[in-house]
Design a binder for this molecule. Sequence first.
Ligand code: IPE
Ligand code: IPE
Ligand code: MG
Length: 244
Amino acid sequence: MDGSYYKQMIDLDRLPKHIAIIMDGNGRWAKSRKKSRTYGHKAGSKALEKVLNAADALGISHLTVYAFSTENWQRPKDEVDSLMNLLRNYLKKYLRDSDKNNIKIDILGDKTKLDNDIQEQIRELEIKTSGKSGLNLHIALNYGSRDEMIRAVRKMGQDILESKLNADSIDQDTISMYLDTKNIPDPDLLIRTSGEQRLSNFLLWQIAYSELYFCDKLWPDFDDNDLYKAIYEFQNRNRRFGLI
Ligand code: IPE
Ligand code: IPE
Ligand code: MG
């Protein structure tokens, strides 16, 4: 099938504003080629670059990608180290290329547990891209939805103690504003690759009414046309939000 088959069927007036992706399957992709898991993660970062540019060109406003979960620290040290080094390279490349594109980048998750040099790179990148008007790329790094909620509740408790917040006035919007995703609209569409049908602690509050799309392709094989196909299917769903 030609690479733009689904693209031409997308209604550009009804694009999802926010797409979230659980980029899963790098390890299995590498294993099937008898390569190291690191090789799979490298291929995965190339896939991200393609999908990112396709989403930006299409006019998607927000793309959130799950890059490293709070649970992923429990993987073998070698793999964690190589993921962190890939991340360093990725951030460096984005810092270097940020003049050439219009992508705005920020990080979701607890940054304080990342190495200092990575935190520094993130700060630089967030500042350097803050004025961009194109796609908003949110990278979930050391992110876990439950961890995000714990941090939010602690902060709310503190603000109540300091009389900055009134407990009786807490509503859905208040909670949203204490999450890492404050000011980001909830995802319309959540994509998970690799055939797994679970959320793995990703954006549990935010996806209350998102459309879920699972696809069997392993993340390094996911390409522009797969993104268009997911959007096309999203546009053919009937979102009711509890109404009739
Ligand atoms: C997703 O691919 C990337 C990360 C979790 C960092 P995996 O590494 O989970 O690949 P599989 O699921 O083992 O194939
Ligand atoms: C979710 O994938 C995390 C990322 C894609 C970064 P995992 O591979 O870690 O999730 P499980 O272990 O299959 O649930
Ligand atoms: Mg996985």
